[in-house]
Design a protein around this ligand. Sequence first.
Ligand SMILES: [Mn+2]
Length: 336
Amino acid sequence: MTVCWNQLKKMSQATKANIARTITNSSHIAITIHLRPDGDAIYTSLALAAMLDLLGKKVQVVSHDPLPYPFYEFPETARIKIGKIEPEGLDLVILLECADIPRSGQTKIGPLPKINIDHHYSNSPFGDINWIDPSASAVGEMAYELIEPLGISLTSEIATYLYSAIFSDTGSFQFSNTSSQTFYVCHKLVEAGASPNAVAEKLLNNNSPSKIQLLGRILSTLKLNEAGNIAIITMLGKDREEFGLKEVDIEDATTLVRSIKGVEMVIFFKEISPGEFRISLRSKGQANSALVAERFGGGGHVNAAGFTVYGELEELYNRIPAEVERILNEQVRQQS
Ligand SMILES: [Mn+2]
């Protein structure tokens, strides 16, 4: 990996120049993000849109899925149109952290030129230009690097959006993806006017009472395996509805549970619809969430990954944690 690092760096320089050139040569540009968008995707799309505004481009930001709480309450996110991109009159689409086109939920962009920017190694290079950098903590960290090739200067608005994206995806600089490059970029962003305190207040201390009540309900489902290294929590659809929450970012639940001494992996069952569960994995230490999720047809990062399962909760509840435990034990054997 270290051997080809310089080569990769050169390649990424050329890719960034190519992206900048393609953007410069386009006039009507759509930016889109992945299904169930997160803070990184949302704020990077807003940053990129503001960057393209400075270049005088006609820009639309489109998310197929509605934004989760609390993002939809923030005035700046009103710029994000929910639904489908209409391809008429467009000459470029930029997709942020979409492993493939279906992951964007967009069905009409087939014939348009595409730029694919992602920091997940599971990305299939579907774009006309593909810039994939798994060493980046967030796609926001990557978007910062387009400022120079685009020949624009960082405004405090753009800096705040990019900082918010990175702050979200690093779990407030706690996750293992946080690197010296992350702090280098954030140093530049804070210099340009991003306020760490204001972003933290906004993204962390903006919970609704009902979300905290739901959190209590979820935490009360906590179970541990015998070894005490796997914790399981569940969010039922009926609980979410009882508190009037549709799309809710409840990652705090996994953060709290992961803080239990000895817990290496959290399995979070989220009921999406009857018989359909989205499972989030969060791990620390040597446990690799991505490798576990891949075995169930999902994907993600080393410390945060997910997949979807179908069936009765009770059956899944008996089967999934046991399988996860088996896979984790395999990982440990391979490492030793
Ligand atoms: Mn991300």
